[in-house]
Design a protein around this ligand. Structure first.
Ligand code: AGP
Length: 347
């Protein structure tokens, strides 16, 4: 395998299957506990890629369980010394290293004030793994590349699995079981994705758009090309892109749209038309032929059966492979981006 990043992307489906087995008992116990508790609010604390997995959690918890989910501003606790009251809430801390200091402080604050606490890490010996009432273990094997890939897939998978159980959606649990194998089909198209990447070898700026459950996938696709390719990319939900940012679109500007056939499909049509009229270079990543036909270029993901939360996994692996291949085409080493370390501690 050409780079560690790519090797780790290829390990993602098997890591997901493994983490489901190793967490089965905890997933069921967690769902039982949450069903019995009267949770009024959920708060998620995380940074970087882990934060994007958390935002995915926000969208699926709100849409499946009707419980509002907020994203923590850790600095109010760590820098402003505030003690927050998390009573009757579920507080989730996510960190692949398990070393995120500010997330740890927030989780401790949550536990002391009566929350049910859950952490998700890829390190059983880390402070975060030991800090909460429940711990879900990514079991992804050591991730060496600075760019998080297989830990992102396993974080999202564990989140999807616990939320589906909490909501009592047995049909969804079944559909999720099939995801790793289907995801692996995208890995077989690595050469096609590498070919697509060559078209973008001179790209220095880009916009990445999506909406709803897949908005965090646009955020993650953006972070991947920022850190491995130094592209000045920015993600938006299409709903916000109408409100000002659209003015940045000029002739030939690369715009990546992550849009599957589901509840947000119709909403994307007005934006597609506007982008076409403005001369944007539109690449469509979708399972929907009608949407794919609107792009200057398209990549077809496997059908997600109108479940946006399933399409997310296919989008993730495309975005990761695209970033890894683009780095190779640009002659950059995606495993050691300039100015970055694998673990960044924020207080
Ligand atoms: C991921 O590709 C990044 N290098 C980075 O954003 C990372 O996700 C972030 O530093 C969070 O790390 P953690 O999950 O170990 O807390």
């Amino acid at each position: 395998m050409s780079t560690t990043m790519k090797k780790e992307i290829f390990e993602e489906p098997s890591a997901m299957e493994r983490c489901l087995k190793s967490n089965e008992a905890t997933l069921n116990k967690l769902a039982e506990t949450l069903q019995a508790a009267n949770i009024c609010n959920v708060v998620v604390a995380a940074r970087g890629t882990s934060d994007h997995a958390g935002i995915y959690g926000k969208y699926i918890i709100e849409s499946m369980l009707g419980i509002p989910v907020g994203l923590a501003a850790c600095s109010t606790t760590t820098l402003y010394g505030s003690k927050l009251n998390f009573n009757n809430m579920l507080v989730i801390g996510i960190s692949q290293s398990g070393a995120a200091a500010d997330v740890l402080e927030l989780v401790k604050n949550a536990k002391e004030t009566g929350a049910i606490t859950l952490t998700i890490t890829n390190n059983l010996e880390s402070p975060l793994a030991k800090a909460a009432d429940f711990h879900l273990y990514c079991d992804a094997g050591l991730e060496e590349s600075v760019a998080a890939t297989k830990t992102f897939g396993t974080q999202m998978y564990l989140i999807a699995q616990f939320v589906a159980r909490w909501a009592g959606k047995t049909d969804l649990i079944k559909k999720l079981e099939a995801v790793p194998k289907t995801m692996a089909q995208i890995l077989l198209q690595d050469a096609t994705i590498a070919q697509i990447a060559t078209r973008y070898r001179f790209m220095e700026e880009a916009f990445i758009l999506s909406r709803g459950i897949n908005y965090p996938l646009a955020l993650e696709a953006t972070l991947k090309i920022q850190e491995t390719n130094y592209v000045r990319a920015k993600a938006y939900p299409i709903s916000d892109f109408h409100h000002g940012p659209f003015a940045m679109i000029s002739e030939g500007m690369p715009v990546f749209m992550y849009m599957s056939d589901g509840p947000v499909k119709e909403d994307s049509k007005a934006m597609i038309e506007k982008l076409q009229n403005a001369g944007a270079d539109l690449i469509m990543i979708s399972d929907d032929d009608e949407l794919l036909a609107q792009g200057d270029l398209g990549f077809k993901i496997p059908s997600a059966d109108k479940e946006d939360m399933i399409a997310s996994f296919y989008f993730a692996v495309f975005a990761q492979l695209f970033a890894a291949n683009l780095a190779e085409v640009k002659g950059r080493n995606p495993d050691a981006p300039r100015g970055l370390k694998k673990v960044t501690i924020t207080k």
